[in-house]
Every structure is written in C-alpha cells, then in structure tokens.
Write a protein that binds this ligand. Structure first.
Ligand code: HEM
Length: 464
C-alpha cells in the first residue's frame, strides 16, 4: 500500500465507474477499484454491480456482511486506488496487543479506570506480552489451521517452548525453576495461579477451539470406557503386566479420546495392574492409541505402583480450573462480538440494540460472563493461598460447580448469540464466523473434564 501513490477523488468522479467492466466503490472514505476482482467476489457479481453499490458509498452494505479483517488482507488492500476529497477514514484497525474499547470485552481488571485486588503490575506485564504473542503468532496460525485442518505450525509450538508457555501452563511449581518465563518477565518463584490464569485467558482469545487444544494442551488421561462412563476413572479397561525380567510394562487396551493423540510423542496411560491402578508414561510406537502388547520401561511409572488414582485425581481440579479460565474468557469474546454486531446492524432503520428484547439478551450475556469471571478469580485467590492438598480438600467441590456453571452459561450465550446474528450465526464465513465456530464447538467444553450433570453432582456431594 505504502509504495502506491494514492489519488484524491470526488464522489461524483467515483460515481462514473459503475459498470462491471469499470467498477469502483467507496468504503470508509477509501476508493476501491473492483474491476478485476468483481468476477472473483465470493459474494457474487450481482452484489457489486447493484446500483446502490457500483460507483457508490457501500460502507454500510459492506459492514453488514463482512468482518473488518477482510479489508486488511494484502490482496484487498491492493484494490485501494485513492481517498475521497476532504474525508477521513472513521474506522481504525486494532493494533497488535491492543485492549478492546468495547464495554465488557475485557475482564474488569483490564478495563481502564477500574481496579482489582488480585493482579499486580507483574501480572499486567505478563498479560501484555501474552496478548502480543497471541495476536502475532496464534491468531494467524489459528485462522489458517481452521481452514486446512492441520495441526498447529511447529514454529508456533517452538516459540511457545522458547517463551516457556508450555511450562507455565502446568501451573506454579518446581518445574519452573531455572526457566526464563516469557523472556524473563516473571520470576519462577513468583509465578502464581493468577499468572497462569492470565496465560490461559490471553491464549484462548485466538478464538479457535480445536486449535487451542492442539497447542499441546494434553494432560494425564486414563484409559477408560466411553460415553457417561468417561467420568468413571476406576472403570478403565487398559491392563499392564510386568515382563518376565521385571523391567518393562506390557500394556493392552484401547482409548477412544486422547487429547492430541494423533501426534503426541508420549501418552500418560492409566492401567489396571496387579496392585490396583497405575499410571505409566508410554512412548509413541507402532501401537499407540490401541495398545497391543505395547511396552514401557518400569522406570516410566508415574507416582507409586498401584497409586495411580492419586496421580489422576491430583490433576482433575487443576485441569477443571484451567477449563474455567478458558471458558470464562471465550464467552466474553462472544459478548464482545454481540455488542459490536448489535450496534452496527440495522433493522427497521435502527441499530439492533435499540430493541428492548435484544438488550435483554445482551444483559444476560454480560451477567453470565461477569459472574463466571468473578467466581473464578475468587477461587484462584484461594488457590494462591492453599497447598495443593488443601486445594483438593477445600476447593474440589467449588471448582466442579464453577466448571459446570461456566459451560452452562457459555451454552446459553452461544444460543443467544446465534439468535442475534441470525443466518450469519450459522455461516462459517463472514460476520458470524466466530459465533458459528463457538456455537458448534461449545458442547465439547461442556463435556471435557466431566459432563455438566456429573460435575454439579460432584460439587454438591462434596458439600454433603
Ligand atoms: C472491497 C470490497 C469487497 C471485498 C474485498 C469483498 C470480499 C468478500 C469476501 C472475502 C467474502 C467471503 C466471506 C467472508 O470471508 O467474509 C464476501 C462475501 C460476500 N460479499 Fe463481499 N466484498 C466486498 C464488497 C462487497 C459489497 C459492497 C457487497 C454488497 C452488498 C458485498 C456482498 C457480499 C455478500 C452478499 C457476500 C456473501 C455473504 C457471506 O458469506 O456472509 N461484498 N465478500
């Protein structure tokens, strides 16, 4: 763009170029020459040759159907030939790392003029760094991978390793010692659960559900039966017996769902053993998700032999809390989409948000996102002040209840968002792209870490 000399036109001049073989339009005070593009327009030729579009200011028509990002793509930037005399563009693209100006689009602690007892300057510094990383590395890769269905680019995973994001996503602890976290922003001994919350909530902003889990989000998993039995950890089916020389485990069984199972190098496998239940680290081999006499050195036993249940259960609270962090932030992203859309989209000559029924939906969405975030921060504060053992005895119930509450809120918000976006909310491209994706993938969030009913029951059982 910068290399091209832009001209200044009057609206009258632009209006003369209103035919398919000589087609200009105005969007946000900029003049686009669509002559060569018209035949390739995904929305068809007729949309562009319409008499209210060809040679005219089509800003409103454009933004009723397309996301702003489209105009930032180099292939469309090249279509700009000039500006309208005496007018300036009103819309400015967000910069990498920016905080949203839309109300409720950010958690309160990040909103200008508001306060929080939980976050220090160090959390803020980490937040800015992870946001820049997400905008710069994750968002473009996520968009491309959603299209081609491939796993995240190795370069992204390597960059995450360099910044120690994988290590930080395991939470505070000994494993952080001696590491340079996010280029040295956080000292390993100062890293607490709010730092981890920040990492989770910033990364989930990439807005691509499957891709997010593909960023090596795998975790200890038991081989267990399918369906509702997914919550029945002790009902798992895989067995392990020792080889004759006692040096190896011989493992048999299969597993239907393994996070990142298609490309993981190691699997953490819960097995029935002579002494009960044992967790073993198995290197990827010819037999991976189906273990058919797969072998692993006895030294790969995690925790005590027969003590696998403690290994598994010790992870559950943390894993569910991580899911709450992600769910709280992802639903806020949808609230932002809906707030923007309902102020931009006109119906019966007025913006959608001038309708009381629409505002009632927005209110409910905001209430859900805020209540989930605030409960989450309260639990996180408790975690920061408790040992891992205390967390297990005092917070397991609350975390289970928050997890099921959070995803049930998210499911309602997904449904409301589709109602607000109409057909666009079920279309993979265009304005409702993020809504369609969210609505399609939200049932996954509502199941992993324990189905909603199971977790609500667990939470109340702990209380009783
Ligand atoms: C610079 C001008 C334009 C560019 C670069 C452009 C580009 C695109 C692209 C890439 C899509 C695919 C959907 C997406 O990825 O979001 C699309 C869809 C569409 N466009 Fe355009 N467009 C332009 C102007 C217009 C105008 C002025 C109209 C007038 C009404 C229009 C009507 C449509 C329609 C109806 C669709 C299909 C709707 C959908 O998929 O949601 N476009 N356009």
């Amino acid at each position: 763009m910068a290399s091209k000399q832009l001209k200044i036109f009057t609206r009258e001049e632009v209006a003369k170029h209103n035919k398919q073989d000589d087609l200009w339009i105005i969007i946000d005070a900029k003049v686009y020459d669509l002559t060569r593009f018209v035949g390739m327009h995904p929305g068809g030729i007729a949309a562009l040759t319409d008499e209210e579009v060809a040679g005219q200011d089509a800003t409103d028509q454009f933004f009723a159907l397309h996301r702003f990002e489209i105009l930032l793509k180099p292939q469309y930037q090249r279509l700009i030939i000039g500006n309208i005399e005496g007018e300036e563009a009103a819309l400015h693209p967000p910069n990498i790392g920016d905080i949203s100006k839309v109300p409720y689009a950010e958690p309160t602690w990040l909103t200008e003029g508001y306060y929080s007892p939980y976050y220090t300057e160090n959390h803020r510094e980490l937040q800015r760094a992870v946001r820049r990383f997400t905008d710069e590395y994750l968002v473009p890769d996520a968009l491309a991978r959603e299209e081609d269905g491939k796993r995240p680019d190795q370069k992204v995973l390597d960059k995450m390793a360099e910044l120690e994001l994988h290590a930080m996503r395991l939470g505070p602890g000994k494993h952080l010692q001696g590491r340079t976290l996010m280029g040295g922003i956080v000292k390993p001994e100062e890293f607490n659960y709010f730092h981890e919350l920040v990492v989770m909530q910033e990364m989930v902003r990439c807005g691509a559900r499957g891709y997010g889990d593909g960023l090596l989000g795998g975790k200890p998993r038991a081989e267990r039966s399918r369906g509702p039995g997914g919550s029945d950890v002790m009902g798992l089916q895989t067995t392990a017996v020792k080889s004759e020389d006692g040096k190896e485990w011989i493992i048999n069984g299969s597993k239907k769902w393994i996070t990142n199972g298609t490309f993981a190098d190691y699997f953490t496998v819960g097995c029935k053993t002579e002494d009960g239940f044992t967790v073993i680290l198995v290197e990827r081999g010819p037999a991976f998700i189906t273990f058919d006499n797969a072998r692993a050195p006895v030294g790969n036993t995690l925790g005590e032999e027969g003590g696998g249940i403690f290994v598994m259960l010790s992870n559950f609270n943390h894993e569910r809390w991580v899911m709450c962090c992600a769910s709280a932030r992802a639903q806020r992203g949808i609230v932002e989409e809906c707030l923007k859309w309902t102020s931009q989209r006109k119906a019966f000559g007025k913006p959608l948000n001038s309708l009381a029924t629409v505002r009632a939906k927005l209110a409910a969405m905001i209430q859900r996102a805020e209540s989930v975030q605030n409960w989450l921060e309260s639990i996180t504060y408790q975690m920061c002040n408790m040992s891992y053992k205390q967390q297990a005895s005092k917070l397991a119930g609350q975390i289970a209840l928050l997890k099921s509450y959070s995803t049930s809120c998210a499911q309602e918000t997904a449904r409301d968002a589709v109602q607000l976006f109409g057909g666009r909310g079920i279309t993979k491209t265009g304005m409702g792209r993020l809504i369609e994706h969210y609505h399609r993938t939200i049932p996954f969030d509502a199941l992993l870490g324990g189905a909603e009913d199971v977790l609500s029951d667990l939470g109340t059982s702990y209380m009783m």
